[in-house]
Write a protein that binds this ligand. Structure first.
Ligand code: NAD
Length: 465
């Protein structure tokens, strides 16, 4: 395999040290990865700062053309990027390809947005214009579940708005991002995009850095709090996309046979390691047994294997820490509920867990109250609508939710009562670059995607003549 490099000031450079990256399907070292030092982080920020004025001064059409070119480069190298992604992240190759092509789609769509000046008043007494100016250097911090896709949520709007970037992937999934950076390095002027890596030790320095104007962060709520505290020092702008504990509510008029597969996919995509995965399923008592059994059958038949193997529906969990955490949720499931599918780690090298369905479980158990971020779904019985809405809202999270019913109006009325940034009807986990997405309560601050996400990478400037 070709060696990996950091991208600093337009140059591919070695890290001040190296770190291993494991393949979660066999726990073996898969590649050696450069690890940046604090000195290199400072170099990257200085390069981004120096590149900013000229990049911001370019016409937006030129910046958009560069972003669209990046989409093309991702597409042209999709096979290599997808294989790399499966090797470091664990997801089945089909899902990795979906992520890589999805990333290209986000570059293409978000790279075509426009930022125009708006006239607020043009009268005898005043002419007032609202302009959107870039902020400066953006620090982008990425988690390990969708390394390329989440970078594709952030880079295009940051770039077309005229900002420059220092991007930091997660220590357990840095390679796809580094290869991507290498492939697009020539498209942008030196310093406009810099990519550094760390061993979970440089995030704080980014949040504290006086020359970074905004942090766009996706990760856990716990780390999000630290990012916010660090950013307070210099009053940085923030977009925080954090954790979730999405509830799905199945009404008594839904048909379990019809919806089981979509519910399973919404809960088990990427092994449940999705911020917006369906993480608690509430089912009306009249169809509870049938719904549980439909889900259990799908879970029992799902093939769990190395993501490189043809036919694997679920790969390993991404890293050892998450594997250990999900095993704790399995213990909790056995203690507080009835496990009707899966329930165990798989006895082989790699971080494999059987897809697990747990019934007869309720609030008060960890599996229901906390974010499991793994392939273990609790199915909770309810009888009263007001009470199930209370339970769905009874969390500090508020990322997504879904309502399942054969009566769309009825589902809609319930959706309006749920405290979440996105509520789906008869589906879960449907994201698109033209639909803004953000969390309520402690699931985040701000939004991504669409014009609403783009303006978060700008400063409003009023010119009042
Ligand atoms: P994490 O919070 O542990 O790490 C995310 C990133 O933050 C990594 O790059 C990490 O190196 C960096 N980091 C660690 N300490 C830091 C610090 N003190 N300051 C700044 N950065 C620091 O999250 P994770 O375990 O990689 O991802 C899983 C979590 O992310 C889940 O809770 C999931 O719900 C959430 N998530 C949210 C979204 C969303 O859009 N809302 C999307 C994906 C994942």
């Amino acid at each position: 395999m070709k060696p990996f490099h950091l991208l600093i000031n337009g140059r591919l450079v070695q890290g001040d040290s190296q770190m291993p990256v494991l393949n979660p399907a066999n726990e073996e070292v898969f590649a050696d990865c450069p690890r940046a030092s604090l000195r290199q982080l400072n170099e990257a920020v200085a390069a981004a700062k120096a590149a900013f004025p000229a990049w911001a001064a370019r016409p937006i059409a030129e910046r958009r053309a560069a972003v669209i070119k990046m989409a093309e480069v991702i597409e042209a190298n999709a096979e290599e990027l997808s294989r790399l992604l499966t090797s470091e992240q664990g997801k089945p190759l089909a899902e990795a390809t979906w992520e890589v092509m999805g990333a290209a789609g986000f570059f293409r769509y978000l790279g075509s947005l426009d930022l125009s000046m708006r006239v607020i008043e043009d009268s005898e007494t005043r002419k007032v214009e609202a302009h959107r100016r870039p902020l400066g250097v953006i620090g982008a911090i990425i988690p390990w579940n969708f390394p390329l896709l989440i970078a594709a949520f952030k880079l295009p709007p940051a770039l077309i708005a005229g900002n420059t970037i220092v991007l930091k992937p997660s220590p357990t999934t840095p390679l796809t991002t580094l290869r991507f950076a290498e492939l697009v390095a020539d498209i942008l002027p030196p310093g406009v995009l810099n990519v550094i890596t760390d061993a979970n030790d440089l995030g704080e320095a980014l949040t504290l850095h006086p020359d970074i104007r905004k942090i766009t962060f996706t990760g856990s709520t716990a780390t999000g709090r630290k990012v916010m505290a660090g950013a307070a020092e210099t009053l940085k702008r923030l977009t925080l996309e954090l954790g979730g504990n999405d509830a799905g509510i199945v009404l008594d008029d839904a048909d379990p046979k019809k919806i089981a597969q979509a519910i399973f996919d919404g809960a088990f995509m990427n092994n449940g390691q999705v911020c917006l995965a369906l993480k608690r399923l509430y089912v009306h008592e009249s169809i509870y047994d049938e719904m549980c059994e439909e889900l259990a059958v799908i879970a029992r038949n799902a093939v769990v294997d190395d993501g490189m193997k043809q036919g694997a529906r679920l790969g390993p969990l991404q890293n050892k820490m998450q594997f250990e955490k999900v095993k704790e949720f399995l213990d909790d499931a056995h203690k507080h509920g009835t496990v009707i599918a899966g329930g165990q780690p798989i006895d082989r090298p790699g971080y494999f867990i059987q897809p697990t369905i747990v019934r007869d479980i309720a609030e008060g158990s960890r599996l229901v109250d906390e974010e499991q971020f793994g392939p273990v779904l609790p199915v909770i019985k309810y009888s009263d609508m007001d009470d199930v809405i209370r339970q769905a809202n009874g969390t500090d999270y508020g990322l997504g939710a879904s309502v399942w019913s054969s009566d769309r109006d009825r589902a809609h009325a319930i959706a309006r009562r749920i405290e979440a940034g996105t509520v789906w009807i008869n589906k879960h986990l449907d994201l698109a670059p033209n639909v803004p997405f953000g969390g309520a309560k402690q699931s985040g601050i701000g939004v991504e995607f669409a014009e609403e996400g783009l303006v978060e990478f700008t400063q409003l400037q009023i010119i009042n003549a």
